[in-house]
Design a protein around this ligand. Structure first.
Ligand code: ADP
Ligand code: MG
Length: 251
C-alpha cells in the first residue's frame, strides 16, 4: 500500500507546527521519520492515522483521500502503535489485542474462533502469550508496547504507523520489534528517535525539524555528520562494521 501526504499544515494556537509536509511511501517500504523532540513527528503521524485533521493539505491511502473513506475502511488499511496508550477500563492483554479485530466485524458481531486464533498468534509473535490474561494496566511500559503491537498485527492491515515503537523496550525487544516489522511485508511509517535503529532498518528516512522537512533519502544518504550537526547540533562519525552495516558514533 502507498501512503502519501500532500502539503500538510497544522497550527496549534498561533504556532505553525507543520509547515507543509509532503511525504510518500512506496509499497512495502519501511520509512522512518527522524528529528529532534518537538519537531512535529507525532503530529504528522496523527494526521496520517486520523486522530488529528490537518488545517490544510491531504493524506492519501493508495491514492484515495483519507477523509473520503469511513473510519472503518481506513482502519482496515492501517494499524497504529501510538506513543502513549491508556485504557480507562481494566482490560486484559488479550482483550486489548482483540480490539484489533473490530474493523473487520459488523456492529455487535461476536468474536469467532478465527479472531481468537489470530489474537493468540499475534500475542505469540510479540512473545506476550504468557501475559494474555494479565491486566493491561499492570504491565510494564515495554510489555504494554508489545501488546499494542500485537493489537496492530491482529488488525491485519497492509500498512502500519508506529510512533517511536522501541522507546520503552530493552535492546533485545528493540531488535525483535524492528526485525519483526521489517519482515512483515507491509508498508511502515515510523517515527524513530534512535538514529542507529533508523540506520539499521529503514529503507528511507525523512528528517523533520521545526515542522519543515530538512532531508530525505536512504540512511546512507541522509545520516551524514553534516546533517546530524545541522539538525541535532552534535558531532558524530559514521563507521561501517565488518558486515558493512553503518553505525553512528556520537563524539
Ligand atoms: P515530536 O513527536 O517530533 O516530538 P510533536 O509532533 O509531538 O513532536 O510536537 C510538535 C510541537 O507541537 C511541539 O512543540 C509540541 O509542544 C506542540 N504540540 C503538540 N501537540 C499540541 C497541542 N495539542 N497543543 C499545542 N501544542 C502542541
Ligand atoms: Mg513524538
Amino acid at each position: 500500500m502507498k501512503i502519501t501526504t500532500e502539503n500538510i499544515r497544522v497550527n496549534f494556537q498561533a504556532k505553525e507546527i507543520l509547515k507543509g509536509i509532503s511525504i510518500e511511501t512506496r509499497d512495502k517500504e519501511l520509512v522512518g521519520i527522524i528529528g529532534p523532540n518537538g519537531s512535529g513527528k507525532s503530529t504528522l503521524l496523527k494526521c496520517i492515522y486520523r486522530v488529528l485533521k490537518a488545517d490544510s493539505g491531504a493524506v492519501y491511502l493508495d491514492g484515495e483521500e483519507l477523509y473520503a473513506m469511513n473510519a472503518k475502511s481506513s482502519a482496515k488499511k492501517m494499524a497504529v502503535v501510538a506513543q502513549h496508550n491508556y485504557y480507562n477500563f481494566d482490560f486484559s492483554a488479550r482483550e486489548v489485542v482483540l480490539m484489533g479485530r473490530a474493523p473487520h466485524k459488523k456492529t455487535l458481531e461476536r468474536d469467532n474462533a478465527d479472531d481468537y486464533r489470530i489474537v493468540e498468534e499475534a500475542l505469540k509473535t510479540v512473545q506476550m502469550d504468557k501475559f494474555a490474561d494479565r491486566s493491561f494496566s499492570t504491565l510494564s511500559g515495554g510489555e504494554q508496547q508489545r501488546v499494542i503491537l500485537a493489537r496492530a498485527l491482529a488488525q491485519q492491515t497492509p500498512a502500519l504507523i508506529l510512533d517511536e515503537p522501541t522507546n520503552h523496550l530493552d535492546i533485545t525487544h528493540q531488535i525483535m520489534l524492528m526485525k519483526l516489522v521489517k519482515n512483515l511485508d507491509v508498508t511502515v511509517i515510523s517515527a524513530i528517535h534512535d538514529l542507529n535503529i533508523a540506520a539499521a532498518y529503514c529503507d528511507r528516512i525523512y528528517v523533520l525539524k521545526d515542522g519543515v522537512l530538512e532531508g530525505e533519502g536512504t540512511p546512507g544518504e541522509v545520516l551524514t555528520p553534516e546533517l546530524i550537526r545541522r539538525i541535532y547540533k552534535v558531532e558524530s562519525e559514521v563507521v561501517y562494521d565488518s558486515q558493512g552495516k553503518m553505525h553512528i558514533l556520537f563524539l
